[in-house]
Design a binder for this molecule. Structure first.
Ligand code: FAD
Length: 359
């Protein structure tokens, strides 16, 4: 764990803040690669808060700086807006390997949605420090032009990095702040992607970070354009699966937990054995002997004196009522609805017109 101190906390836009930290001790700094993230916790009234993960936005190699961009969505991030210079922040990491392979790829595409720009910021800031091997395309989707964190810096980076091309996808509202830049209006669709990449889809490796529906839609479109699954990497900001055992129990905790488990198991085995013995004993005691059948006394009929026995009228043999054979109801004829043939989507001829540039 690393101890850092807040040097600055400022708004990036209406919903995001930029948190800049410096190490408490200059020789205890977290070293990281672009695209990695760290887990941080703050202190409220002297007590540590829960931990949340944030992608590091500054370029690697700046030993005295650690920067995070936070979108304010809940308790943790709201607490972070109250941070003032000099306050302590605990940092664990670095974690992840999201953009690890970028350096070994020739042409890469970064798809960012909203605050999903953060891991790419670190990589773009790094790219500004040296020539790149191939093209970098950033397709950045935001609801409104004012929602774009780092807008001014992105505009500058595009002029400083010759290999970089940025396409902004703005869902609604005006786009005058993006005048002279490549803009797609509305949500990103497969058609927009065709417009951007034309027949060159397979020439790139793709990295996606943003809301899950955004990533799913882009991934689907890419796969539909024959991009191999192995050429698509994603980073989700959702909660990671909890690894409760290794994270929350120390050696002592594990020993206690194992003993408790064994004790519970032993009790269950003991009780079930005891229950079995008891039921066997109970079964032996409760065998009731079958009583001998009581003799049936049949009275001898005494003839009534002076009475002539008249022959009995033969009993009429009951006529068996014929059982009506049920007439089988004919099974209804199920009319099968013909399944419509799903016509394959015609593959359109690839085209590559320029993405509209807002003037
Ligand atoms: C690898 C990784 C990198 C990330 N990078 C960034 C980043 O650069 N910038 C950024 O703003 N955010 C980032 N996040 C998300 C961040 O960790 C927090 O989850 C997010 O900011 C929510 O914190 P909060 O203050 O809004 O919510 P809290 O007040 O902490 O929680 C509010 C509620 O939301 C739930 N919750 C908290 N976090 C999540 C989550 N991630 N998904 C679903 N439910 C959640 C809680 O259980 C709680 O019920 C990243 C997450 C991951 C896993």
């Amino acid at each position: 764990m690393y101890s850092y101190i807040v040097t600055q906390q400022r708004a990036l836009n209406a919903t995001c803040i930029l948190l800049t930290l410096r190490p408490s001790k200059p020789n205890r700094t977290l070293s990281f690669a672009a695209g990695q993230y760290a887990a941080i916790n703050l202190r409220v009234h002297g007590r540590p808060t829960t931990v949340r993960c944030f992608s590091i936005v500054n370029a690697p190699g700046q030993a005295n700086v650690l920067q995070f961009a936070l979108r304010i969505t809940g308790d943790f991030t709201a607490t972070a807006t109250g941070l003032t210079p000099g306050e302590k922040v605990q940092v664990r990491g670095p974690y992840g390997n999201f953009l690890e392979s970028v350096g070994s790829e020739l042409n890469v595409v970064f798809f960012a949605g909203g605050i999903g720009i953060t891991p790419f910021m670190s990589r773009l800031r790094e790219a500004a420090t040296r020539p790149q091997a191939g093209r970098i395309v950033l397709v950045y989707s935001c609801q409104h032009q004012n929602d774009i964190p780092f807008l001014e810096e992105l505009l500058t980076l595009e002029t400083r990095i010759p290999e970089l091309m940025i396409v902004y996808a703005i869902t609604g509202g005006p786009v005058e702040r993006l005048a002279g830049h490549k803009v797609v209006r509305g949500r990103l669709t497969s058609e927009n992607l065709d417009q951007i990449f034309g027949q060159y889809f397979s020439a790139y490796k793709y990295y996606l970070c943003g809301p899950k529906p955004f990533m799913r839609a882009i991934e689907k479109s890419l796969i539909a354009r024959n991009v191999a699954g192995s050429a698509i990497e994603t980073e989700a900001f959702g909660l990671q699966p909890l690894r409760l055992w290794p994270l929350q129990f120390g050696v002592l905790g594990k020993t206690y937990a194992t003993s408790a488990l064994m004790l519970a198991l032993g009790t269950v085995v003991f009780l079930s054995t005891d229950l079995q013995n008891y039921s066997a004993r109970l079964a032996a005691q409760t065998t009731i002997p079958t009583p001998a059948p009581a003799p049936t006394i049949i009275p001898t009929p005494t003839p009534t004196p002076g009475l002539t026995l008249t022959p009995t009228t033969p009993q009429a043999t009951p006529v068996a009522t014929p059982v009506a054979t049920p007439v089988a109801t004919p099974a209804p004829v199920v009319q099968s609805t013909p399944v419509p043939t799903i016509a394959p989507t015609p593959v359109s001829t690839p085209y590559n017109p320029p993405v509209s540039t807002v003037s």
